[in-house]
Design a protein around this ligand. Structure first.
Ligand SMILES: [Zn+2]
Ligand SMILES: [Zn+2]
Length: 420
């Protein structure tokens, strides 16, 4: 127990963390370019935030949340997703009363008590963006275009953008009724979950992963077929803008999203490279969420993606460099009486000049130190020998060519930092 992490959690080790940092760097860069600022909400919230915000009827809230009581008897939940906490913060700090739209992003751990499988952990990491205060299709198109831009910057291939509109509270009742009428005669053959969904949320039957349910819902009425004029215009504009931005999409009328608060635009990005066609991100519009959480009527849209799944896809596509050698600009080797202080002092000076410097901490032989230098991939090795120190010089070896030269110790910081 003491030497294994809890089921569904994973250490990110040295050698792996660089991949995370690379992805996080891309996230910060792209968010800067699209004008999104970071929001950092707490890891846990009052349970109510998720029960109301994510919806009581969703799998996440019914089966997957980490709920607990703190020592003060408060009901708290580890955040299973990033949108509801962002809305809670929007309300608490009245961000909606400032300049609109509010454009924010988040990166961080989320928690769901699901069955762990490849690319799905109980503590996993998500990157998401949210835009509040604009009902315009321009925002929908920007959010989707940015998501695709993000994947493309990481070099991901074989992606498909699925797009749908699920209507609004005006047009959804018509679809809901038609769908229930269609499904009712087949109800007894649906899976247990779908039988429950039939009353409360029949739209969810359309995206049930159960094969029999998929067969039974073939030819079911689509949300797109029931859109009101406003939703139809909105959807047409989103498509037009995506085309203008060169973003390819595939219409998918079975894409309905698992969360109760979505309306109009829904989208999902799937990769064909992690097992069966599977989602590596998605999002949509949620114009009624802010009100659901007790705020004013503020439209919103966003997307979220799991970073583990992105990394898994990148790994499968050979996009992560497997070279685990560490990189240092300079390795300082030392040998002999009185050389350690000189080497140590030089290392500090060079680091303050911004160079990455490594030296020997195990008091090994010069030969062993040269091997270590190789492991660090250092293009230059500085050799501090006893005789050299006495003469006030050090030796610089260019590892690529094996060429060596002596330089005055006094001028070493200047000369060495000039090499980079
Ligand atoms: Zn509508
Ligand atoms: Zn089902």
């Amino acid at each position: 127990m003491l030497t294994s992490a809890p089921r569904g959690t994973k250490d990110i080790l040295p050698g792996q963390s660089r991949h995370w940092q690379m992805i996080e760097g891309t996230i910060r860069q792209i968010c800067r370019e699209y004008g999104y600022e970071e929001i950092r909400s707490p890891i846990f919230e009052h349970s109510e935030v998720f029960h109301r915000g994510v919806g009581e009827t969703t799998d996440i809230v019914q089966k997957e949340t980490y709920d607990f009581q703190d020592r003060g008897g408060r009901d708290l939940t580890l955040r299973p997703e990033g949108t509801a906490p962002t809305v809670r913060a929007l309300l608490e700090h009245k961000l909606y009363a400032g300049p609109l739209p509010v454009k924010v992003y988040y990166i961080g751990p989320m928690f769901r008590f699901g069955r762990p499988q490849a690319g799905r952990l109980r503590q996993f990491h998500q990157f998401g963006i949210e835009v509040f205060g604009s009902a315009s299709p321009r925002v929908d198109a920007e959010v989707i275009a940015m998501a695709m831009d993000f994947y493309q910057r990481l070099g991901l291939k074989n992606l498909q953008l699925l797009l749908n509109s699920i209507g609004c509270p005006k047009c959804r009742p018509g679809h809901r009724q038609a769908l229930q009428e269609f499904l009712q005669p087949r109800a007894s053959e649906l899976c247990g979950d779908c039988q429950k969904r039939l009353d409360r949320n029949p739209m969810r039957v359309l995206d049930c992963k159960n094969e029999r349910c998929q067969e039974l819902s073939q030819g079911a009425p689509t949300t797109v077929g029931y859109l009101c004029d406003e939703c139809a215009d909105h959807f047409a504009s989103v498509k037009e803008l995506l085309e203008a931005a060169g973003v390819e999409y595939t219409l998918d009328d079975r894409l309905v999203r698992g969360l109760d608060y979505y309306n109009k635009t829904a989208f999902e990005i799937v990769s064909t490279d992690i097992g069966a066609q599977s989602s590596i991100g998605g999002g949509g519009r949620y114009d009624n969420l802010v009100e659901t959480l007790g705020g004013p009527s503020v439209p919103g849209i966003g997307f979220g993606l799991g970073l583990e799944r992105v990394l898994l896809t990148m790994e499968n596509q050979g996009l992560l460099e497997s070279d685990s050698r560490e990189l240092r600009n300079i390795f300082i080797a030392m040998a002999g009486e009185g050389t350690a202080p000189v080497a140590f002092g030089l290392a500090q000076t060079l680091r303050k000049k911004g160079l990455s410097v490594e030296l020997d901490y195990l008091e090994r032989s010069l030969k062993a130190q040269m091997k270590t230098a190789d492991r660090f991939h250092a293009p230059y090795v500085v050799i501090v020998g006893q005789g050299e120190v006495e003469r006030g010089v050090i030796t610089v070896r260019t590892m690529g060519t094996g060429e060596q030269r002596e330089i005055p110790l006094e001028e070493a910081p200047e000369i060495l930092s000039g090499l980079f």
